[in-house]
Design a protein around this ligand. Sequence first.
Ligand SMILES: *[C@@H]1O[C@H](CO)[C@@H](O)[C@H](O)[C@H]1NC(C)=O
Ligand SMILES: *[C@@H]1O[C@H](CO)[C@@H](O)[C@H](O)[C@H]1NC(C)=O
Ligand SMILES: *[C@@H]1O[C@H](CO)[C@@H](O)[C@H](O)[C@H]1NC(C)=O
Ligand SMILES: *[C@@H]1O[C@H](CO)[C@@H](O)[C@H](O)[C@H]1NC(C)=O
Ligand SMILES: *[C@@H]1O[C@H](CO)[C@@H](O)[C@H](O)[C@H]1NC(C)=O
Ligand SMILES: *[C@@H]1O[C@H](CO)[C@@H](O)[C@H](O)[C@H]1NC(C)=O
Length: 363
Amino acid sequence: MALAFLQWIFRLLMALIVFQGVCVMFYFTPNTHSSRDGMTEALRQMHCAKLRRKFSIIKPAKSIKMESFTRELSDFMSCPYKSNTTEREVNRLSLQIFCNATGSLFLTKRNTAVNQSIPYETSTTDTYTMNETLHSMMPEDFPWSGRRLGRCAVVGSGGILKNSSCGREIDSADFVIRFNLAMINDSDVGLKTDLITINPSQIQKEYKNLEENTDPLVERVSVYGNTFFIMPAFAYKFCTELSIRALNVLHAIRPQKPMAFFSPYYLQTLDGFWKRRGLNPRRLSTGFMLISTALELCEDVHVYGFWPFYTDLQDNPVPYHYYNLNRPSKRMHKMPEEFVRLLKLHSQGALTLHLQPCSSDTH
Ligand SMILES: *[C@@H]1O[C@H](CO)[C@@H](O)[C@H](O)[C@H]1NC(C)=O
Ligand SMILES: *[C@@H]1O[C@H](CO)[C@@H](O)[C@H](O)[C@H]1NC(C)=O
Ligand SMILES: *[C@@H]1O[C@H](CO)[C@@H](O)[C@H](O)[C@H]1NC(C)=O
Ligand SMILES: *[C@@H]1O[C@H](CO)[C@@H](O)[C@H](O)[C@H]1NC(C)=O
Ligand SMILES: *[C@@H]1O[C@H](CO)[C@@H](O)[C@H](O)[C@H]1NC(C)=O
Ligand SMILES: *[C@@H]1O[C@H](CO)[C@@H](O)[C@H](O)[C@H]1NC(C)=O
């Protein structure tokens, strides 16, 4: 009885598909033990295709109804991932042409001159004049010059990473990007860190006495080993002094590879890039910025810990960050809008968004 009903539904859906003129190849083998498995599989594939289409043209976050959204998203995240090479190359090329992380993500001795006037990312009038001392502390060049990074993991601070067991999977990436000196550990978030940002306000709030005592910061950064530290020194005027203070500490302990400052030119063009594509916050989050960077520099981008909502896909409450309860400024950032954009990129096959716990047997 139930089987007959399913068959009827199946025929109806088939008719609808043919009617729409969409050509779908069904994985349907009547000779297996149960034709119902095949049918369920076909229905599942159609459900996945429908969700993929829906999320690849998803509208801004304001219109989201959280309950049905998480239910559908949870289904979609169980669907097989479909990568799209064309989509990836189009994104890579447009980002390279308009923003060029490859040659301008941060200021280097090569791309910046002594006495050059550096603009501020968020101001049309303020500038900073690069002097010889600061210039001598800039990195020579980019660690990736001339080669494409392979599989990159961009690890946000979202509370969904708690108990996720994603550490092994993240650590198996070729290049791992993290934020705000976030805590690392092998079980949930991994240890490998190739690039990590420091927020100037972290220096302001947590290292007030840096002039007298550098030990706490030195200790904090030591867990990341030989990583690349990066700060938005020219986002706002107050950032510069704080960034230089941190740079002086790091330069003293690791003169060969102290720290980089984001290029305000790069961040300005990146802001314009996303504005033209309808993403319009006061300022993009650093997370979204570096995911964009990864879309240009990496072969394959995997995004973890980006989830700006209060409950997870199973409707359980999640902390905002996996290591503290701080929230980003609502006035400054539009995290749900950025998330919707990431979901769109995932559905289009341009990057892989990880929202569920990792299974222990991957990689
Ligand atoms: C891949 O993306 C391109 C560009 O958006 C699109 O035209 C094409 O249909 C996509 N391919 C698949 C298999 O979805
Ligand atoms: C990116 O910047 C590098 C270094 O400045 C330059 O050699 C390269 O031509 C630029 N690429 C594009 C696409 O503008
Ligand atoms: C930078 O400016 C200072 C002061 O105007 C000048 O003495 C110095 O030669 C300049 N350095 C370079 C490399 O242009
Ligand atoms: C260069 O700039 C830094 C930071 O603003 C400042 O501390 C230093 O005194 C300057 N050095 C010279 C030679 O002007
Ligand atoms: C993580 O697991 C621990 C121990 O199993 C549990 O007490 C805690 O509530 C879990 N936290 C989250 C956010 O799931
Ligand atoms: C790893 O870090 C997460 C997030 O802070 C924490 O919940 C978890 O207990 C830590 N696990 C270990 C083994 O330290």
